[in-house]
Design a binder for this molecule. Structure first.
Ligand code: CU
Length: 646
């Protein structure tokens, strides 16, 4: 009997350990302890901003950490009905490219500007993959201010990673191409296809970008990038796969070689070659769109030329670091010494040493040469290999305390390992199929640490089902202790591809509250309500309209005719934070306007038939918001209804 009781007790204890014991290893988020760690009380602020790319949504989303609350959607490479971005004449030029207006693209890697290797909170850059472009978002306004197209590129994936002081953002082409483009058979891949790596100069005063130069590289696929820091400042690193230069069935044929490469580029050397006029001018048409803060309007310029450096003419500018096997991420640790490559088919994570790399270059420790690019000897540059790093390692970030965190796509986990000893010290499952991960400041010289965010590809069984498409998601994991601890799952917009995080206090104090009316340089803007007017120019009718709580001026317009093109130029005269007004007229063919205090926005409306059409404010602005309305009368095309307004 006693034996039976002992056996039963033992079984019960084992059961309890099995069922509840997992909470102590940190994988069970369903504890009040985890809830407390992500709870941000009403009226309190989150500690970090997280900027996530929306992947195929073409947007950036802004979340608070640790709460996981969504604060804003910033449209970048996509039209956005919520605020009219990409619909109004003021913002449409932002989406112009050499292929015409593109209203939707795929945005992958948000990247904060840096000063001395640390995020400074000035700008956020992000790439468009499909039609290669880089955008800059101003973090005072959270608005997209500039988009530049990258010529000689396709699948702009390894982009845009900033150098230590944002001297450049760098970008590489995923798909190599005939450069310049021409009609050739794919079977001529090896002769005709080339890659490019672009250096986009950033003006330190206003963030304005221009493509300083491109480097012509062998026709591999270039995947991701990161810039050096500290001792490796002046260098940038790019992963490449398909060094086989296969041109069909890449899943088999691009996985033949034991090692592919990281391209290490000495961009200070490249600058010298540009100064020494080693660059060849290629003619190439690409768009450069900039938003002007005073006219509240964007313009497109067409650039015609680009400087291209060929490694054959530029010794010492670029080297290949052999790296097993189809590497995806390349990440530089906070000290700037270690270059971590994650080979999605590799069984170890190779870590290259920057010091050893320089020494190997000095000793000419080369095993071969590819189109003028020396290939360094693997054994001479390797600092160590992380054994058992999980299956399908993709991307690594750092906590600033000597540890690295690598996402493993196939085994769905984050693996924590120690820099220097290369030993795995912890691992935590993710739900499921993690792509990138992000530690605030985790790719900088000074990581802010505290959390790692897992950006997952699949959420099956994790949330309420929503039809064939389930929600996308991220996970927040506490990294303050020895063991990682899952705190929170939260759904995201689009595919959360990559993210960057920054302490809230760095951005909060610089937030723009209004656009000063006195500085409104919009050609159809108003400084005060008494300037409101309507002008006819042929069949165009321009309405200079003011919006203020709680009326439009004019609010009653007559004399418009069928066949006219009516421009409502609405200026929000408010000079008070968080008081936007909206505008919509019945039958208009685009999003509503959303107009910030002091800003002017235009809606173009082409009435199709006679009648009287109401317009109204779409953004609830005050107690008498519903009264904020008006009418526009439309007469037949031949009528002589007089132009009148009040
Ligand atoms: Cu209103």
């Amino acid at each position: 009997m006693i034996q039976k009781i002992i056996i039963l007790l033992t079984i019960s204890v084992l059961f309890l350990v099995l069922v509840f014991g997992c909470s102590s290893n940190g994988n069970n988020p369903g504890t009040s302890d985890a809830a407390e760690k992500v709870y941000v009380a009403p009226g309190q602020y989150d500690e970090f901003y997280a900027f996530m790319s929306g992947g195929f949504s073409g947007q950036v989303t802004v979340y608070g950490l640790p709460s996981g609350r969504l604060f804003k959607i910033i449209p970048v490479f996509a039209q956005h009905p919520e605020n009219g971005y990409g619909y109004t004449p003021e913002t449409k030029p932002m989406l112009q490219t050499s292929y015409g207006e593109i209203a939707w693209d795929d945005a992958h890697h948000p990247e904060l500007s840096q000063t001395d290797g640390t995020p400074d909170g000035k700008w956020l850059f992000i790439n468009a993959n499909n039609t290669p472009r880089i955008a800059r978002i101003n973090l005072k306004t959270f608005e997209t201010e500039e988009i530049i197209e990258i010529p000689n590129s396709a699948g702009n994936h390894g982009s845009p990673f900033t150098t230590m002081n944002t001297e450049y953002v760098v970008a590489s082409t995923r798909f190599s191409l005939p450069i310049p483009q021409k009609d050739v058979p794919r079977s001529s891949y090896k002769e005709n296809f080339k890659g490019t790596i672009s250096f986009i100069k950033v003006n330190p005063e206003n963030g304005r970008m221009n493509i300083a130069f491109q480097i012509l590289v062998p026709g591999f696929n270039y995947d991701l990038a990161h810039s050096g820091k500290g001792p490796s400042h002046g260098w940038a690193f790019f992963t490449s796969y398909n060094s086989e230069q296969a041109n069909t069935l890449l899943e088999i044929n691009a996985s033949q070689n034991d090692k592919d490469f990281i391209a290490a580029i000495n961009w200070k050397k490249a600058e010298e070659y540009i100064k020494a006029r080693k660059g060849k001018e290629y003619s190439s048409e690409y768009y450069h769109n900039t938003y002007n803060d005073e006219t509240h309007s964007a313009t497109s310029n067409i650039e015609k030329k680009i400087l291209v450096l060929d490694p054959k003419d530029c010794p010492g500018m670029i080297y290949y670091l052999p790296t097993p096997k189809s590497p995806h991420g390349v990440d530089v640790d906070p000290s700037g010494e270690y270059i971590v490559a994650a080979g999605k088919l590799a069984t170890v994570i190779p870590v290259h040493s920057f010091t050893k790399m320089l020494k190997a270059i000095e000793n000419k420790d080369f095993i071969s040469d590819i189109n003028g690019i020396p290939v360094l000897k693997y054994e001479s540059i390797i600092a160590g290999e992380v054994q058992d790093p999980g299956l399908g390692p993709l991307h690594t970030e750092f906590d600033g305390k000597g540890y690295a965190y690598t996402s493993a796509f196939i085994s769905s986990e984050i693996v924590k390992w120690k820099l220097g000893t290369w030993e795995v010290v912890d691992r935590i499952p993710t739900y499921y199929s993690i792509g990138h991960l992000m530690i605030p400041g985790g790719d900088s010289k000074n990581p802010f640490g505290k959390y790692v965010v897992a950006l997952n590809k699949i959420t099956k069984d994790r949330y309420l089902p929503t039809g064939p498409e389930l929600c996308q998601s991220a996970q927040l994991i506490d990294i303050t202790g020895d063991k990682m601890k899952l705190l929170l799952d939260f759904p995201t917009i689009g595919e959360p591809h990559y993210a960057q995080g920054i302490p809230a206090e760095i951005l909060m104090k610089n937030q723009r509250k209004i656009y000063e009316l006195g500085k409104n340089g919009h050609p159809y803007g108003l400084k005060s309500e008494k300037d409101a007017k309507v002008e006819r120019k042929g069949n165009e009718v321009h309405i200079y309209m003011s919006a203020t709580r709680t009326h439009f001026k004019p609010d009653n317009i007559e004399g418009v005719k069928v066949g006219d093109k009516v421009f409502f130029h609405v200026t929000n005269l408010e000079q008070d934070w968080d008081i936007p007004h909206g505008f919509a007229v019945k039958g208009m063919h685009s999003a509503e306007l959303l107009i910030m205090p002091g800003q002017t926005r235009t809606e173009i409306w082409e009435p199709k038939s006679e009648g009287v059409y109401p317009f109204y404010c779409t953004d609830f602005c005050s107690a008498l918001h519903q009264e904020m309305q008006g009418y526009i009368r439309v007469s037949s095309s031949g009528s002589n209804t007089e132009l009148k307004y009040n």
